[in-house]
Write a new protein. Structure first.
Length: 117
C-alpha cells in the first residue's frame, strides 16, 4: 500500500497550488479519501474529505470556498486544489485513505506547502 503526495512547494499569499495523491496497493474506489495538514508546533487537522464514490465532500471551516477536493477513481488519485492561499495554510499536507465500511486506514508521507512572500 502506498499513498504518494505531490504538488507542494513555495507559493505567495493569494496564489494557488494543486496537490495530488496517487494510491497503489489497495482498491482505491472503496476508500473515502481525506487531506490533513500539520503546521509547525500544531496538531494534525482534517482539511477536506471525499467519499469513495465522490458524491460527497466536506471541508474544515478555514478552507471553505478556497479549497476543492476531488478524485479520479480511474487514475487512483485524489486532488486538493488550493486557491487564495494564506500564510496560515503553511503546513505539511497528508493524504489519508479510510475504507468506507471496514475502517482500514492508510497515510502518505506528506508534502510541504509554504505560503510566504
Amino acid at each position: 500500500v502506498q499513498l504518494v503526495e505531490s504538488g507542494g512547494g513555495l507559493v505567495q499569499p493569494g496564489g494557488s497550488l494543486r496537490l495530488s495523491c496517487a494510491a497503489t496497493g489497495f482498491t482505491f474506489s472503496s476508500y473515502n479519501m481525506n487531506w490533513y495538514r500539520q503546521a509547525p508546533g500544531k496538531e494534525r487537522e482534517s482539511v477536506a474529505g471525499i467519499t469513495y464514490h465522490g458524491g460527497s465532500t466536506n471541508y474544515t471551516d478555514s478552507v471553505k470556498g478556497r479549497f476543492t477536493i476531488s478524485r479520479d477513481n480511474a487514475k487512483n488519485t485524489v486532488y486538493l486544489q488550493m486557491s487564495s492561499l494564506k500564510p496560515e495554510d503553511t503546513a505539511v499536507y497528508y493524504c489519508n485513505a479510510r475504507h468506507a465500511m471496514f475502517g482500514m486506514n492508510y497515510w502518505g508521507k506528506g508534502t510541504l506547502v509554504t505560503v510566504s512572500s
